[in-house]
Design a binder for this molecule. Structure first.
Ligand code: F6R
Length: 609
């Protein structure tokens, strides 16, 4: 997820571009860059790191020009560096583009262009688009963009300018956001509305596969066939502060809502349909030799460790391979036994957690092979692991992890199923059925989120409870752990998780009228066991919220409240069943007057022990 901007008007473009990029920095801060069309030349400046480094770089320069494009990067293809920063250009340096998204067929296009003699400067997927436009350029930039669009696959918001076409910016989107601000004698594009608000409140929302051509005094719209499209502006009334969070009150709520899109991005390009649906992990370098492992060892911290617990159950179920799952801070100081035939899966949103990295290095030293699941391109974990599977969740700003977790789960399922398939445990027909179920999840998550007020109402009544226990069995136990962590870290409620079968071995002594028990019940074979546990805590005065499938009435009589989630295969339920808990934690935090985005004592990335 990157941020793109563009300006064409009477003012100097550079300050407008920098200012607009500042409003988009939450979208990525690996590098930033601008391209400004001066009287004669295209002037390009880029810098690795946060936008302030670009600002420092150009502080003493006067960059003349009243039209330009800009970019703030969240690296996907190619590590964060000056050379991989946008804008990217064609060979002559006359055409410049900025891009947000992923060009999925970039490798194929790159080979085709290289065969034609093009030399690439960066490792990005984006650069192919600049060369492709050049390839089709015969004096009309618009036509060249139309031709290039026919060739590219994936998601994109693009802005294109050319030294030979100094009166317009061409912009297009598919599956990545882009808005256009209509000003007086000036027009602006941006990935998100906050970047425009200082200049105008009249906004065109570009639809998928629509092209906008921005001139100084007007904007024209077309479809990808080049046919004109009529569009009206919408007046945006948002106040600037809330708009930076895309209209959400907090980043956490925004990120909870981004899960359907993030999950789609995680799956995209990893599923292929030939005779039947199959999983493709070649992009990460995964081949059948990995599935010959004798054992899988998963290590991680916090929320990522909970994803590891789901991973253990998933691997054992789908791939019939023994799995150990360990907290990285314990693992690194134990005297663990493993051998070079074992495979390590290291999970970390940031890819920088000190304990997690130490556990990885221990595995590396012992000769084991390592798969990293991480969200941050170019992170230490990504650089040091043998294989990297990115979660593609986009930047996670709120300290409490939400979309990174559910996308970690998606990655874990894909690897487990691939292991199962390669080891002959999962047959073709079952694999296809499992993939169908995974593909349905983003839409199911969307549906679940539409009902978030039910959780908000429940939180409004329960947020003052001093004790909250989460219980479940199998996959539901893993989600109980994650749910309890979410609630404690942002609402400061004392919350704990129990494997429901353990209740009678101690924890039930704590249950009284002041206790909220959240029972997660998605493992159908164990519904009767869970119902007994619910009755046991109810008999001791607890208030019970059940999270179960929408078509299950098993717990109607025993629960005080029920939150229903769409039905999926029981093993995949964690991706959906955790969402009500994320929302519950969020609403409790807000009810208590706290800032869910910045909980006390916590930091987003724990790079020290
Ligand atoms: C909780 C949370 C933390 C992280 C943990 C590991 O909401 O976010 O528990 O999961 O600090 O961080 P990463 O995944 O960056 O290694």
């Amino acid at each position: 997820m990157c941020g793109i901007v563009g300006y064409i008007g009477e003012e100097q473009a550079t300050p407008v571009l920098i200012n607009a990029l500042k409003k988009l920095e939450y979208r990525g801060y690996d590098s930033a860059g601008i391209a400004v069309l001066g009287d004669e030349d295209l002037i390009i400046r880029k810098a690795k790191g946060a936008l302030k480094f670009l600002e420092q770089k150009i502080a003493t320069e006067i960059i003349q020009g009243t039209m330009g494009i800009g970019h703030t990067r969240w690296a996907t293809h190619g590590e964060p560096s000056d050379v991989n920063s946008h804008p990217h250009t064609n060979v002559s340096g006359k055409i410049a583009i900025v891009h947000n998204g992923i060009i999925e067929n970039h490798a194929r296009l790159k080979s085709m262009l290289e065969e034609g003699g093009v030399t690439f400067k960066s490792q990005t997927d984006t650069e192919v688009v600049a060369h492709l436009i050049d390839f089709f350029y015969e004096g009309d930039l618009f036509q060249a963009v139309l031709e290039a669009l026919k060739k590219i696959e994936g998601s994109y918001a693009l802005a294109v300018i050319s030294q030979d076409d100094p009166s317009r910016i061409i912009a297009v989107r598919k599956d990545s956001p882009l808005v256009i601000g209509k000003g007086e004698g000036e027009n602006i594009i941006a990935s998100d509305v906050p970047a425009l608000l200082e200049y105008t409140r009249e906004v065109y929302y570009l639809e998928d596969r629509e092209i906008a051509v921005l001139y100084r005094d007007h904007v024209e719209f077309f479809d990808t066939e080049g046919k004109p499209v009529e569009k009206d502006t919408i007046r945006v009334e948002w106040d600037v502060a809330s708009a930076e969070k895309g209209g959400y009150e907090h980043f956490m709520l925004k990120e909870i809502h981004e899960q359907p899109k993030a999950l789609t991005d995680t799956l995209r390009a990893r599923i292929k349909t030939y005779a039947s649906k199959t999983i493709h992990l070649e992009e990460i370098g995964f081949d059948s030799s990995w599935a010959e492992a004798g054992r899988v060892i998963i290590t991680a911290c916090g929320t990522a460790w909970h994803a590891g617990i789901v991973g253990k159950y998933a691997f054992e179920h789908f791939a019939r391979i023994p799995v150990d799952v360990d907290i990285a801070s314990e693992y690194r100081y134990r005297d663990p036994l493993f051998n070079p035939k074992d495979i390590f899966i290291i999970i970390s949103q940031s890819g920088e957690t000190a304990d997690t990295l130490a556990a990885m290095r221990m595995a590396r030293k012992g000769g084991a092979r390592i798969i990293a699941i991480t969200n941050v391109v170019g992170s230490t974990l990504a650089r040091e692991a043998d294989l990297v599977m990115y979660t593609w969740a986009g930047p996670e700003i709120a300290v409490a992890s939400t979309k990174a977790f559910t996308t970690q789960l998606m990655c874990v399922y894909l690897i487990a199923l691939q292991f199962g398939s390669l080891r002959g445990v999962v047959n073709e027909e079952d694999l296809s059925r499992y993939i169908d179920a995974l593909e349905a999840i983003p839409q199911q998550a969307e549906r679940l989120l539409a009902d978030k007020e039910a959780i908000q109402r429940f939180a409004a009544h329960q947020f003052n409870k001093t004790k909250a226990f989460f219980m479940g069995r199998l996959f539901d136990y893993a989600i109980s752990l994650e749910s309890a962590l979410k609630l404690k870290e942002i609402s400061y409620t004392h919350s704990e998780a129990f494997a429901a079968g353990e209740l009678k071995h101690g924890p039930i002594a704590l249950v009284d009228e002041s206790t909220l028990v959240v029972a997660i019940c998605t493992q159908e074979a164990l519904f009767d066991k869970m119902d007994s546990n619910i009755k046991e805590v109810k008999a001791r005065g607890a208030t019970v919220l059940v999270i179960t499938y929408e078509d299950v009435s098993y717990f109607d009589a025993s629960a005080d409240g029920i939150f229903r989630i769409p039905h999926t295969i029981d093993a995949f339920s964690p991706i959906l069943s955790v969402i009500p808990s994320q929302l519950y934690a969020y609403y409790c935090s807000v009810q208590r007057g706290l800032d869910p985005d910045k909980p006390r004592n916590l930091a987003k990335s724990v790079t020290v022990e």
